[in-house]
Design a protein around this ligand. Sequence first.
Ligand code: PGA
Length: 251
Amino acid sequence: MRRKIVAGNWKMNKTLSKGKQLVEEILSSTDASSDVLKIIAPPFIHLAAIADMVRLRTDFAVAAQDCHHINAGAYTGEVSAEMIASTGAEFVIIGHSERRLNAVESNELLAQKVNIALVNNLSPIFCIGENSEERNANIHLEAVRKQIKEGLFHLSAADFSRVIIAYEPVWAIGTGLTATSHQAQGVQNFIRTEINKKYGKEISENCSILYGGSCNAQNAQELFSCIDIDGGLIGGASLKSPDFLAIINSF
Ligand code: PGA
């Protein structure tokens, strides 16, 4: 059985005290026996503090928003997977479109990040998704296939089973333009089929595939009811507890 997951990507938002307050509100309003895994992805600098807050709750985990592709060395300002794991974080977002774009991260580099994350016992939340030009030219499935193939398909079956995928159409991120449930389900079914072809039915059926891109309290229920949508990677709507809680309660 694959896991239902709601992950909040805070991006470059929240001071430490405001972040802790948000997590406190989410913790106190959720049931510890729930089968929905809540993942909080704060900025690096808050990871240890937030990981400490959720330590006793098995329905919560913490993710970094990125990691470096090398474990240690003279890389001023960078953060390694080993350091992330040492804070108590269990996940790391890799290949978010903002990093693919702003930090010019290639699939080749992202494959190295996936490897170093896994070596350090972090599960990658690997982001893929087409931009608006690719969607308009109707080559979005090809675009997504290339990202998953070059970023993940070098992995062994055992390693691949530790990966979560987030389908995030770039045109939907932070724009208020959500993919319709029909569009999202279509691509996510395609992704699962590609995984099935590469790794077989059991692994593809057990892989959690999240939707991201203007997912909010209003549209989460319809999106999460789709057979191949196992939850969401939430940006803007993860920054306020009522919105994030409503999304968590959408399953
Ligand atoms: P959004 O961001 O929910 O604000 O569109 C999603 C993401 O970037 O992961």
